[in-house]
Design a binder for this molecule. Sequence first.
Ligand code: PMP
Ligand code: GLN
Length: 388
Amino acid sequence: MQSTPSSTPSLSSKLPWVGTTIFTVMSKLAAQYNAVNLGQGFPDFPCSDELIDLITKAMKAGYNQYAPMEGLMALREQIAIKTERLYGYAPDPVSEITITSGGTEALYAAIATVIHPGDEAIVLEPCYDSYIPAIELNGGKVIRVPLTPETYGIDWERLTNAFSPRTKLLIINTPHNPTGTMLSGEDRHQLSKLINGTDILLISDEVYEHLVYDGTVHQSVLYDPILRKRAFVVSSFGKTYHATGWKVGYCIASAALTKEFRKVHQYLTFSTFTPVQYALAEYLQQPEHYLRLPQLYQQKRDYFLQLMQQTRFRMLPCQGSYFALAAYGHISGEPDTDYAMWLTREIGVAAIPVSVFYQERTDYKILRFCFAKREETLERAVARLQKV
Ligand code: PMP
Ligand code: GLN
């Protein structure tokens, strides 16, 4: 159809089923109704002053031009040291580590690197909201395999049956957003057995690698020589250092995969904010900052779960991440999206409806609460939730 000179030519949407993300919607609604925002996942306590000073120092020292495309070498070296300390494997900083503009960019670049039109990519639902659109934007076909409701374990038979000759990619996420569950060592072995000898690549979204509780070990795929050869492992400094607004992350992948990954990364963003890279390279030399995270966040999780006992919500177990799930089907029959909106408007607490993490919006009447908050914020939220 021809457009008139004054009108915008019509555009065929590449993501016709996508709207504004629920995180943006709920944060706006929370602000509008002055609700306590336990929706979008971000800490409400400050990040380290020392880290802020290091960024200022880098800026004042004149590090304000483009960083190297692959990321600052000093930072990549520190990531290699950290990775070896934690997972017993030292990736080569030259050829296997790339600094990205957040975990989100790493995920997108990895998906774009792997997926050609018509390729199949398997996601385990519920899943983080950026995976499916990124696969579709690259012409891939999404194969959705549900995790078992409420325990959110992998149904290995279903996953095996989802594989086809066109399967190029499997995306996993541990600790898991939105459910707070984690892969076990046994899961990791199963995964390794399942894809050994296939051509299937793996994206392992490990942005919550440090937020693990009750002494549980984060089962990074980097432990496993079979898995790490075929994986893009994604991490985020935003999560690790309570600074989600900085959008700095990284991707670890074998040299062959990284070579292709960087071809995409260099045309997506080229490079990532320079001063933060200098600051992180220095700050990472003090491992206690990330080693104490499990304790810090476990206290928050325990406090939140304990407070929630004073409400009618049924809390599901949380092993890791920022998030705890609350079932409310015994309280209300409303769809979770309506219920989350009502809770924000009328009760004054924002949460994320878990159906948004399923492409078909499967509704089990469960809400996701973010407990990465100060104690007083959690107390204020729960005082309100008691009215339900
Ligand atoms: N993956 C998961 C599971 C997440 O929860 C997030 C947080 N938004 C990201 C990736 C993206 O991380 P970043 O904010 O560093 O882009
Ligand atoms: N990862 C965060 C969450 O799951 C938010 C990310 C975003 O707002 N895009 O809440």
